[in-house]
Design a protein around this ligand. Structure first.
Ligand SMILES: C[S@@+](CC[C@H](N)C(=O)[O-])C[C@H]1O[C@@H](n2cnc3c(N)ncnc32)[C@H](O)[C@@H]1O
Length: 264
């Protein structure tokens, strides 16, 4: 990690999904424990870095689609460490008046994100999305989000850290229940491949500081979009949104399904 500074609340013996993801993306905000666990994931999922980059590219494409449709407020749940193409950087060239609230449970991600906020129309909330009211009642959300106009809710590569017992559909509903017509819901969620044993991989994420909801079926993921119309091309492999990729893909043990829904 750059420098020796460790924010309060960080246990250096516990890996963090946020910092492992930063490692996959080639960032510098991770500790030894994160790198070791990330290498374990790479053993079971050798092209995880490529998938992480595709996931990040999808986030950009989904934000652009929402901004081009006129959305100018975003809530990014499980936003992670600031990396290239943060939501405000993508949306503002299209909608300069964009407001963004970034939410994450990881203290390192929140501290770094806060340090890089460009202005008062962007904010970071350090919260556990398993308690949606902690997010919804946060002063930053009350101040920046006007629920009477469309909102884009982003859940990019975060729902696989939420256990079924924590009611992911209920978490999504706590936000979408407030979202008016024209609002967007964008997510990527991990799904398995029945030809592969994914247990080692799911185990590698256990104890990385969050729940480990694991993998979900395409139908379960589609159900998360209830009340939203999926934009073309629908719920597809993250490499294929918004256009099918020309690349010949390997037979991955795990795929990320990506979709963007619009509230009619
Ligand atoms: C794989 S990263 C994805 C980061 C970013 N959304 C992206 O796709 O580029 C998952 C993020 O979700 C965060 N996260 C996991 N469980 C969470 C929870 N219960 N509440 C808030 N954030 C959570 C992690 O800290 C991590 O930053």
């Amino acid at each position: 990690m750059g420098g020796d500074w460790v924010p309060p609340g960080v246990d250096l013996s516990v890996p963090s999904a946020a910092r492992m993801y930063d490692y996959f993306l080639g960032g510098k905000d991770h500790f030894k424990v994160d790198r070791e666990r990330a290498e374990q994931v790479i053993q079971g999922f050798p092209d995880v870095r490529e998938v992480a980059r595709a996931n990040r590219a999808f986030l950009g494409a989904a934000v652009r689609a929402a901004a081009e449709a006129g959305v100018r407020q975003f809530i990014d749940l499980g936003a992670g460490l600031p990396t290239q193409g943060h939501v405000h950087e993508v949306a503002r060239p299209i909608r300069p008046d964009t407001r963004v609230v970034y939410v994450d449970i990881d203290p390192v991600a929140c501290a770094h994100a806060r340090a890089l906020l460009p202005d008062a129309a962007t904010a970071v909330v350090d919260a556990d999305i398993r308690r949606p009211s902690d997010v919804l009642d946060a002063p930053e959300v009350r101040e920046l989000i006007d629920w009477s106009e469309p909102v884009a809710l982003l859940l990019i590569s975060v729902l696989h850290f939420i256990d079924d017992a924590d009611d992911p559909a209920g978490i999504i509903g706590a936000f979408t229940g407030r979202m008016v017509s024209g609002s967007h819901l964008a997510m990527t969620v991990a799904t398995g491949n029945e030809d592969h044993d994914t247990s080692r991989l799911v185990d590698a994420y256990k104890g990385s500081g969050t729940g480990s909801g694991g993998l979900r079926s395409p139908q379960q993921i589609a159900d998360f979009f209830t009340g939203f119309d999926l934009l073309a091309p629908g719920l597809v492999d993250v490499f294929d949104w918004p256009e099918p990729s020309a690349e010949q893909r390997p037979d991955r043990a795990i795929r990320l399904l990506a979709g963007v829904g619009r509230r009619p």
